[in-house]
Write a protein of this length. Structure first.
Length: 307
């Protein structure tokens, strides 16, 4: 029996704003052919970098110890996750969650769209520059108070490429604009959760299970202030779906017993340098649609790990 791959630590950010139609979230459609989730619509995010744990980084807001308590991890990992969330949001959306070390709640860097900022963003992408170095050069601190813990998902053990991902919610800082700057995406959009879910249900916007589920958790909120005040929407616990095939169809089953019907095929990752060694349910079976079914009298186990 094959030993499951060890999941890599990762952070992803639900970047929010209040638009004309209501609460909107920033979504990227990943380029087809990528080794993970190619063609899928997702949030900005990615793996933790070794330098995200730099203890010299300036910090404003809840401490790494407080984040460690929220996510149930050690202090170093908490620091890495928050910094990865800040770094990835800047790399993939051109939005920097930072401000003066001694500033007030509204003192966020107002504009990061100039050529000098773009040079530093590109240096981050190449790993020629660490987030700590960028912030020190600018006299800025990570604004951890702009982030909220939102969810925790772990890729199922059957997948050869696995991630242990902490999801954060964050409001778009005043004066900044999200920009389509990610080389890993061919589309960037601000959408209401309801519209994104409707497109997923129609099969025109394929998504991975965590994206569908977290969009559903966002949908009841009227605005970003309500999201930040209410996060996390449920007690944080690792979610790793299993899969089942019944006469009614294919389903992803969450730890609380709720099921999500799978109807949209995943893009093929079985050619070229990304050929999988073994088929897995999430490559051979369809992806999530919007059809969600409640648990059948299965109590939620908030301490359950994913298997």
């Amino acid at each position: 029996m094959t030993t499951p791959a060890t999941p890599r630590q990762a952070a992803t950010v639900l970047l929010l704003r209040d638009g004309a139609p209501g609460l909107e979230v920033y979504l990227l459609r990943r380029v087809k052919g990528m080794p993970f989730a190619g063609g899928m619509t997702a949030y900005p995010g990615g793996s933790v970098d070794d330098r995200d744990g730099d203890v010299d980084i300036a910090w404003s807001g809840p401490t790494p110890e407080q984040w460690a308590a929220a996510f149930g991890c050690n202090t170093r990992m908490a620091r890495e996750l928050v910094c990865a969330a800040v770094r990835e949001t800047f790399e993939e959306a051109g939005v920097l969650l930072a401000g003066p070390p001694d500033g007030g709640p509204d003192d966020v860097v107002p504009d990061v769209s100039g050529d000098d900022w773009e040079e530093q963003r590109q240096a981050l992408l190449r790993r020629d520059l660490a987030l700590s170095e960028l912030l020190a050069d600018r006299g800025l601190a990570v604004r951890s108070d702009l982030l909220r813990p939102f969810a925790h998902w772990i890729t199922p053990e059957v997948e050869p490429r696995r991630y242990d991902t902490k999801f954060f919610a964050a409001a778009l800082p005043v004066g900044q604009e999200a920009r389509d700057v990610s080389g890993e995406a061919d589309e960037a959009s601000w959408l209401t959760p309801a519209k994104a879910l409707a497109e997923a249900a129609a099969g025109t916007r394929p998504m991975m299970p965590p994206t569908i589920h977290t969009l559903g958790q966002l949908e009841p909120y009227a605005d970003m202030a309500a999201v930040l005040a209410g996060a996390p929407p449920e007690p944080l616990h690792p979610i790793s779906p299993t899969f089942e095939k019944t006469p009614e169809g294919h389903f992803a089953v969450l730890p609380d017993g709720s099921r999500v019907r799978l109807v949209v095929p995943l893009p093929s990752l079985s050619s070229g340098s990304h050929r999988r060694q073994e088929p897995s349910p999430t490559s051979a079976e369809p992806l999530l649609s919007l059809v969600r079914e409640p648990p059948a009298a299965v109590p939620r186990n908030t301490s359950q790990g994913a298997s």
